[in-house]
Design a protein around this ligand. Structure first.
Ligand code: GLY
Length: 359
């Protein structure tokens, strides 16, 4: 396998787990073979959604069947409304009715919602069953499928229930992105741009040039490597992993103000990164040239929009977040492209800075 130049294997090792990440064009076609070699059980339950299943479910089922697996599946309605405990419960029932054991395998075939929901069901069913993530969106390929964060939303907020559960295997095939609508692809680009700003400015240089398919593969792989390296240092998100939240603190407030449908995650993160750079400039920490650089990239991927909410309402949405448990917040700032750090701010200073930056 490793002699195939199109497939690269990365290992994400933590104190209690080892996640094998296979990356490259055509990797999907090896799904049955790779899982057949790694997993003892011969049952696989694939979870997908109504957008992805018509494109890939029969093909992926066949790839597993050809390698001796008995395949069953659940198809959830596409969209954030499926990221609930009700969906997790429905998955448990399907796992039980197909007599899935801990030796068997659950496959998440889809974007972030499917990956997060299925990941949480896999983490908790029988106290943990084998899990393979096959991410089908750019956002899921570079972020949510790697690193083990999984969970669901409650009525009172997003991602309020969840776990850290490393997938045993992740299969990332950039060819699967060819079926994506352009705006969904662009949405994922916000996260790729994030990796450039927090850890590797060469990603930004690539995105600024004439991007072809090979370069897109390169920036995805580099993003996954960065995430793998960060998660290996801090799986539980208590220190360096927080830098992955660059642009997300204000981005999340914007998503919340739009009822989680006015702005996509990528659009919100894009605007959140811009605000975070402006905030860093106001504090005298961030280089001023980062703003035109980010603007140029956001224009390129149609992620540069006006913020339509008032600065005080954004500050309120951010500071009323149920996940804020203390009087300070770890805010991610950039010094120069490729160099991020955690800056602790009191909630009061953050409010004042947001109002100043977004006025
Ligand atoms: N999506 C950010 C993280 O996995 O920590």
């Amino acid at each position: 396998m490793d002699s195939n130049p199109l497939t690269k294997k990365l290992i994400l090792k933590t104190a209690s787990s080892e996640s094998e990440i296979y990356f490259g064009r055509g990797t999907l076609l090896k799904a049955g073979l790779l899982c057949g070699t790694r997993f003892r059980g011969r049952r696989v339950h694939i979870v997908s959604d109504t957008n992805v299943a018509p494109l890939y479910l029969s093909q992926v089922s066949m790839l597993f069947e050809e390698n001796g697996f008995t395949v069953t599946s659940t198809v959830l309605p596409a969209g954030e409304t499926s990221k609930t405990l009700d969906s997790v419960h429905a998955l448990y029932e399907d796992f039980v009715s197909t007599t899935l054991t801990r030796a068997d395998l659950v496959v998440a075939l889809g974007g972030g919602v499917i990956g997060d929901t299925t990941g949480f069901a896999a983490a908790t069913y029988l106290r943990g069953i084998n899990l393979c993530q096959i991410p089908t969106t750019l956002l899921a390929q570079v972020d949510s499928s790697v690193g083990g964060k999984c969970g669901v939303d409650l009525k009172s907020g997003k991602n309020l229930v969840g776990a850290f559960y490393q997938p045993h295997m992740v299969l990332i095939d950039p060819d699967m992105l060819n079926s994506l609508p352009e705006h969904i692809f662009n949405d994922g680009m916000a996260e790729v741009i994030k990796y450039g700003f927090i850890a590797d400015k060469s990603i930004l240089e690539k995105l600024e040039s004439n991007l072809d398919n090979d370069m897109i593969s390169d920036v995805i792989l580099r993003s996954v490597e960065i995430k793998r390296d960060i998660v290996m240092q801090d799986e539980r998100d208590t220190s360096i992993r927080m830098i992955l939240n660059f642009g997300h603190t204000i981005g999340h407030a914007l998503e919340k103000l739009g009822g989680f449908h006015a702005l996509s995650h990528g659009q919100a993160v894009a605007l959140g990164m811009k605000a975070a750079l402006q905030l860093g400039i106001l504090l005298g920490i961030t280089e001023k040239s980062t703003i035109p650089q980010l603007n140029n990239l956001l224009d390129r991927f149609e992620l540069n929009q006006e913020i339509t909410y008032s600065a005080p309402s954004i500050a309120d949405a951010l500071l009323n977040d149920k996940k804020i448990l203390s009087s300070t917040i770890s805010f991610i700032l950039i010094k120069t492209p490729g160099e991020a750090f955690i800056h602790n701010l009191s909630l009061l200073s953050l409010r004042q800075l947001i109002v100043e930056v977004l006025k």
